[in-house]
Design a protein around this ligand. Structure first.
Ligand SMILES: *Cc1c(COP(=O)(O)O)cnc(C)c1O
Length: 370
């Protein structure tokens, strides 16, 4: 199906489906305020700079960028296979797990096929679905901001090709529980791919959270998505991966952009896996900050969803606009999700302190759930 854009005067035929693609709203940069250190708490990035050892590897890899990188990403695939204990032909990499997810949708969906996911969830899901010409089936979160897996199972039709389970969920931070995910998987037809997006898995401390890798081992229709952007602090290098059956992995390798992973990104990721203990100490520090922030906010009377990620979600409804502004005035940029609420990344302790102060001073009487 093609449509000619009118108005712009362009004669170029563009797919009609593109008109349905929502815009990606990226987290804004920190404000610039004279005399004030400002903080970006809008993109769930790691507040720590890369490890010095990783920066060294990046600098060294930079001397090789006159050459194309290794198309098979051999060193990283090998390192990941060793790190998580899965066969090489079950791992595929991409320029962020965002790219891998888009490939999964393109590999499974024809025009009009359906992709089921919770809503609110990750911004990218409706975008990648619409680009593929597929239909997004958004299943509302429960009142306590968790995936409604029963409703998601009920939303599966014979057009459904893919279901996404985002755990912990971006932006609400809640994780699904083991028993409910197992019960859900038992209801999903084996021809439907279930993508478990674990972008924040390293920050999870709830013992009731499922081991997605174990589920991929027992269910050939499960694919696990992970990224180096969050816990590993390599968001700017664009690197993520999927763990899936060899059939799904072969489809991912076929749909990958050739040479998408630069030598710089690959070597940085390999070095980060080797330095995981050091990175894990930082993850532990972020989790401790999350717990500290949540405890302080709870003491102020806030009732927030249980976050297992490196951010917290304020279910403010339309009052989110005033909260976002109050944060901004204090030098903090946060991420508002429409009239549902505001997501704030756990950042440097000073930024977190300031968030606690802003939240404590905020007039909560105007809050209605969005
Ligand atoms: C950040 C994020 C990703 C990963 O993004 P990339 O940088 O493309 O790897 C994937 N899923 C969710 C839910 C995220 O929040």
């Amino acid at each position: 199906m093609t449509a000619t854009t009118s108005g712009s005067g362009s004669p170029v035929g563009l797919r009609a489906a593109l008109a349905q693609v929502p815009d990606y709203v990226a987290g804004r940069p920190a404000p610039v305020v004279e005399g004030l250190t400002t903080y970006k708490m809008s993109s769930n990035e790691n507040p720590y700079p890369p490890l010095p050892s990783v920066v060294g590897v990046i600098a060294e890899a930079a001397t090789e960028v006159n050459r194309y990188p290794d198309m098979a990403v051999t060193d990283l695939v090998q390192a990941l296979a060793d790190f998580i204990g899965v066969p090489h032909d079950h791992i595929s990499t991409g320029t962020g797990s965002s790219a891998v997810l888009s490939q999964l949708i393109n590999a499974t969906c024809d025009e009009g096929d359906e992709v089921v996911f919770a809503w609110r969830s990750f911004e990218l899901y409706p975008i990648a679905t619409a680009i593929a010409g597929a239909k997004a089936v958004r299943v509302p979160l429960t009142p306590d901001h968790r995936h409604d897996l029963d409703a998601m199972a009920a939303a599966i039709t014979d057009r459904t090709r893919l279901v996404i389970v985002c755990t912990p969920n971006n932006p609400t931070g809640t994780s699904v529980h083991r028993d409910e995910l197992e019960a859900f998987l038992a209801k999903v037809p084996p021809s439907v791919l279930v993508v478990i997006d674990e972008a924040y898995v390293e920050f999870v401390r709830d013992p009731d959270t499922p081991d997605a890798l174990e589920l991929y081992r027992t269910h050939p229709n499960v694919a696990v998505l992970r990224t180096f952007s969050k816990a590993y602090g390599l968001a700017g290098l664009r690197i993520g991966y999927a763990v899936a059956s060899s059939e799904v992995t072969a489809a991912l390798r076929r749909t990958a952009l050739p040479f998408g992973i630069s030598v710089v990104a690959e070597e940085a990721a390999v070095a980060s896996l080797a330095a995981y203990d050091e990175l894990d100490a930082r993850v532990t520090a972020v989790v401790a900050e999350r717990d500290r922030v949540v405890a302080a906010l709870t003491a102020q009377g806030w009732e927030l969803p249980d976050s297992q990620a490196n951010f917290v979600f304020f279910p403010l409804g339309p009052a989110g606009a005033a909260f976002e502004q109050a944060c901004y005035d204090a030098g903090l940029v946060v991420r508002r999700h429409g009239d549902e609420g505001v997501r704030v990344t756990i950042a440097e302790p000073e930024a977190n302190d300031r968030l606690i102060r802003v939240a404590g001073a905020f007039d909560r009487s105007s809050i209605q759930p969005g």
